[in-house]
Design a protein around this ligand. Sequence first.
Ligand code: PLP
Ligand code: TYF
Length: 394
Amino acid sequence: MFENLKDQPADKILALMEAYKADPREDKIDLGVGVYKNPEGITPVMRAVKSAEQRIWEEQETKAYTGLAGDPMFADAMIGLVLGDAVSRDQVSAVATPGGTGAVRQAFELIRMANPGARIFVSDPTWPNHLSILKYLGIETVSYRYFDSSTGGVDFAGMMEDLGQLKAGDVVLLHGCCHNPTGANLNLTEWKAVVARLTEAGALPMIDIAYQGFGDGLDEDAAAVRLVASSVPECLIAASCSKNFGIYRERTGLLMAVAQDRGLGRTTQGNLAFLNRQNYSFPPDHGARIVSTILTDDGLRADWQAELEDVRLNMLGLREQLASELQRLSGSDRFHFLAQHRGMFSRLGCAPEQVETLRKDHGIYMVGDSRMNIAGLNSTTVPLLARAIVDAGI
Ligand code: PLP
Ligand code: TYF
């Protein structure tokens, strides 16, 4: 049977990670996979995570199964973190999932179950895994214009024009903050216009939020999600804890379905649990327990927020340093967008050949579409990158 299998296309981001590891150059710079690194190049376990793990080790008395939806403490804590008081708890159905990817996958499956004819509108570009999972599930996708490579910002007029094709029952996938791969984001006025457009068309927003706290702050980064959830009849939200809690390998995420009509909640919750059961039964618990332990303890929560804020400010500082170094070396403002982008990533907007030159000549690894992980830099490597960018004629 196995002879029938065909080779699958590699994930370009993960392939780049392997190529970086195999490069013997000592001064190589990794701006590839989206993992936070401190100025020493380390992805640390956060202090509050260590403390929570210690507490769990001391206090946990069983590792028997939780429920199909995961531990309700985790769902409650995450709903609070993401949605604040934008909606009431009884409007939200939720299941724990293996990572944000699991939440995205379950959301797509729920959409397909509820409306097999739904098309999903995705930004051009979007996280490649979105497209790969959608294709695998056989869901029709339509891309909407998003990134304007001439300005490094959002092509909002193009986006709105493309959302003009929406029909009732379609779904629009939006990045809640810190757009991956571009770093360019909508402002709140633009979000309001998108909400109005979706409402007018009868389309459903699905928000993927994987970087809350990496952009402008925990509440600021959730402002768009909260606006959407409190404005539309129904929406889906896939949240990841991988980045903001630094628990990538624990696979911790939450899928939320918000409905203004509370009567729909019980069936929706049942369908979410059903999907968990079909795919993996009980979701992983360890990461979820770390998160709920932190979020429900004032001291741990404050320490986590302080460390997350250091992470955010480090990336913001690197953005500003890179933009100003590039301005100095190029004598132009054309890289100013790097300071305006938010989150881990920025798309430089250069040609694949130039990305290749940076890799070959300077040992600088970024994704082929010129996406850089800003956290792969430090104050010593920023000037080296800036010099290489200018030398490559970008
Ligand atoms: N969505 C986006 C846009 C992402 O960049 C990521 C990245 O890691 C995820 C979802 C899911 O991450 P994970 O499955 O590691 O929680
Ligand atoms: O975009 C990134 O780099 C992160 C990590 O299949 C990632 O979101 C990359 C590829 C992938 C899963 C996670």
